[in-house]
Design a protein around this ligand. Structure first.
Ligand code: FES
Length: 291
């Protein structure tokens, strides 16, 4: 089946380097504004274990869709105006969460994300104008502006779908590991060859893992970062709250080495952790629930 023209256009936007100066400007503003890191973690959805932005956008989108339905009915002006206002109030937290996620993406995703936010900005402007017209009692223009805003919201939502499903922003990039690794124990390397205190990349049943040896114990995690697939073996070992952690080399997500839990975003999904043992001088690893 042929792709829709809009999807082709978005594929072109992915590589539209003409957007890069604007991307750099917005990036600088977002990086300066979204401080401290605890705020960014909250906006990413780290405490929830899922991205927060898709949840927050339900409020303005749902309010405005409902307002559009009421606008098609007689005598619903007050309720429609209130719903438009609710949507306008909900835009800010939704946009902040979106920009927090956007700031930690690849170039292609940032270009499309910029167009996504532009469509939503147009929608917000149209709904703002619609609300003013409602206050003035000019119902016809208010409704027309609202319906135009809904069109822009729909376009923004479509582009958001492209970001999430075509470009995999917000998805767990380590999800497939249990389906790729066979069940049971797999050899990793002779234990004497595993260096102490240094991240080292190995393969377990054909899948990349990173190992970190501390004395007799070895932590083995998937080497593919759950955020956007960076090789964690090229990251750094750090300490957070007294716990040894691994920091991703691309967007600085921090995971517990022992449990794989997310300590800091942008990742929201934990890093798969293998169980380990040493048999006849060989380090072996097993992924719980694999196969
Ligand atoms: S790939 Fe983005 S934090 Fe790891």
């Amino acid at each position: 089946m042929r792709e829709l023209p809009i999807v082709k256009a978005l594929s072109a936007v992915e590589n539209a380097t003409v957007l890069d100066p604007l991307v750099a400007t917005v990036q600088a503003v977002v990086d300066a504004a979204l401080q401290p890191r605890a705020l960014r973690d909250l906006l990413h959805g780290v405490p929830a274990g899922h991205p927060l932005h898709p949840v927050l956008v339900l409020v303005p989108t749902g309010s405005w869709i409902s307002a559009a339905v009421l606008d098609a009915m007689p005598g619903q002006e007050v309720a429609a105006r209130r719903l438009v206002a609710v949507g306008l109030l909900a835009v800010t937290p939704s946009a902040l969460a979106g920009f927090a996620d956007w700031a930690a993406t690849h170039e292609q995703q940032k270009r499309v994300g910029l167009v996504h936010s532009a469509a939503n900005l147009v929608a917000t402007g149209l709904y703002g104008a619609s609300y003013v017209q409602r206050l003035r009692g000019r119902q016809t223009s208010a409704k027309l502006l609202g319906w135009a805003g809904l069109g822009a919201v729909g376009l923004g939502g479509f582009i958001g779908g492209h970001l999430a499903y075509r470009q995999a922003v917000g998805a767990n990039h380590a999800e497939e590991l249990p389906h790729l690794v066979g069940p049971g124990w797999h050899p990793v390397a002779p234990i004497d060859d595993v260096p102490e205190g240094r991240l080292t990349q190995y393969e377990v049943d054909g899948e990349r893992v990173t190992a970190f040896r501390r004395g007799d114990g070895v932590d083995v995690l998937s080497d593919v970062c759950s955020h956007l697939s960076a090789p964690l073996s090229q990251g750094e070992v750090t300490t957070e709250g007294g716990e040894a952690c691994i920091t991703c080399p691309w967007h600085d997500s921090v995971f517990s080495l022992r449990t794989g839990e997310v300590v800091h975003g942008p990742a929201t999904s934990p890093q798969p952790v293998f169980e380990t043992r040493v048999v006849d001088g060989v380090l072996e690893a097993r992924l719980p629930h694999a196969g």
